[in-house]
Design a protein around this ligand. Structure first.
Ligand code: HEM
Length: 415
């Protein structure tokens, strides 16, 4: 079969394709257009994510297509040591230990360490939008894509003036790996990736020169390392920063845009978010299940494996379809119905599962909850611009809205 992720049904409404895959008699498919095995059932996606010994991560950040030779020669100069998302054990276990020790990843730790940053940044952005006189505001570029980036640069101790270029680099990295850029664009994006990496190396060198005494993530990681490469090398600390700046940004931006789109499209939902904030966590959880910000992720088999009766050879690239697993009727009753009151929707796989489970899940949830409530309270009259239709960026893994234009009736704008 062909997945055709950059055109047609998969781009406009991937759930149609997920349904076809889930309804098909075969459990696992091979997409000839991408050279990828497609794993879609909840049980199998869960198994692939849990079994890191069979389904490896080492190549997850290599482009999914054959890059042109010029771009490849630029990428060859990228000497980022693999850490967490791009590593298998024992490197994964060691670098994940370093990340867990230095990056808050439980609800209480996140609320305590990052809560003040999230509340301050949300308030700033909401005020900026509420003060706008013009009619239409794009909530993707002015809110959803900005908030997670501002939060993550604050956590990392990166100056705010660098936000525009980090945004370009992070967007470019995702397009280079998971998109379909033309050869000239591949070279440009590869070069930008190199610049991004040099920026992260310089950040670590600067912290080392300053003695790494600060409260920011990079200083914490360097203190955790204690000068011992067997714990974490300085290059690995830079690699963690490099990964966090991307992982902490596009993903949560996607979640925010999906949540805002849903909240503003459904009659009465926006008013309820402002009036009943206690219901927001369940709403966010159902948004995560229904339309995950990462709806497919790569694994490469490290040995032969039989899954759903299909033998997959070693070295095979598998697209683990998180979005399809979240719509599997074997795991969720009436899965194509959006229902925040459903019980057990924490069984979704939107933050992955097992050894690579998302380190930023608690932070993403906090950002989404605070952002929705604050915006709905400040602008209860907000509504989607007439004739808005959701359109996504062409990408195999990240499901990101291009725009989300909203209007605020004049009567509700601040005097
Ligand atoms: C809605 C927002 C988010 C989504 C949907 C998401 C999704 C995911 C998924 C599916 C994985 C598993 C990848 C795998 O199995 O190989 C993952 C891992 C990861 N995420 Fe997130 N993520 C989000 C937010 C964040 C944030 C805010 C951060 C940090 C600031 C973050 C940092 C990471 C890191 C470092 C890993 C790698 C963990 C490891 O390999 O041990 N993510 N994320």
């Amino acid at each position: 079969m062909q997945l055709r992720p950059f055109t047609g049904a998969y781009l406009t409404d991937p759930a149609v394709v997920w349904r076809e895959l889930l309804n098909a008699p075969e459990d696992v498919h091979f997409a000839d257009d991408l050279g990828l095995w497609l794993i879609s059932r909840h049980e199998h996606v869960h198994r692939a994510l849990a079994d890191a010994g069979t389904f490896g991560n080492a190549l997850t950040l290599a482009p999914i297509y054959e890059m042109c030779p010029e771009a490849r020669s630029v990428v060859m100069r990228l000497d980022v040591p693999p850490t967490t998302a791009a590593a298998d054990s024992p490197v994964h276990a060691r670098t994940r230990r370093a990340l867990r020790a230095t990056f808050a990843n439980t609800g209480p730790r996140v609320a305590d360490q990052y809560g003040p940053i999230v509340h301050r940044r949300v308030a700033e952005l909401v005020d900026r939008i509420a003060d706008r006189r013009a009619g239409v505001v794009d909530l993707v570029s002015e809110f959803a894509a900005l908030l997670p980036l501002l939060v993550v640069v604050d956590i990392l101790g990166v100056p705010e003036r660098d936000v525009p270029r980090i945004r370009r680099w992070a967007d470019g990295q995702i397009a280079l790996i998971w998109g379909q850029p033309e050869p000239a664009e591949q070279v440009r994006l590869a070069q930008a990736l190199l610049d991004f990496w040099h920026y992260c190396q310089a950040l670590v060198s600067q912290r080392l020169r300053e003695g790494a005494t600060g409260d920011d993530f990079v200083s914490r990681a360097l203190r955790h390392r204690g000068g011992d490469d067997a714990v974490l090398s300085a290059a690995e600390a830079a690699s963690l920063a490099f990964n966090l700046l991307v992982a902490g940004h596009e993903t949560t931006a996607g979640l925010l845009a999906h949540a805002l789109d849903r909240a503003l499209s459904e009659p009465g939902r926006w008013a309820r978010i402002g009036a009943e904030p206690a219901g927001v966590p369940a709403f966010v959880e159902e948004v995560l299940r229904f339309g995950p910000a990462i709806d497919g992720w790569l694994r490469v088999t490290r040995r032969p494996v039989t899954i759903g009766g299909v033998l997959i050879p070693p070295g095979a690239r598998c697209l683990v379809l998180i979005g399809a697993a979240n719509r599997d009727p074997a795991a969720f009753a009436d899965p194509d119905r959006f229902d925040p009151s459903r019980s057990g929707n924490r069984g979704h796989l939107s933050f992955g599962y097992g050894p690579h489970f998302c380190i930023g899940a608690a932070l993403a949830r906090l950002e989404a909850r605070v952002a929705l409530v604050r915006l709905a309270e400040a602008m209860p009259q907000l509504r989607l611009a007439a004739r808005h239709r959701s359109r996504f960026k062409p990408n195999v893994a990240f499901r990101a809205h291009r725009t989300l234009p909203v209007v605020q009736p004049r009567s509700s704008q601040r005097a």
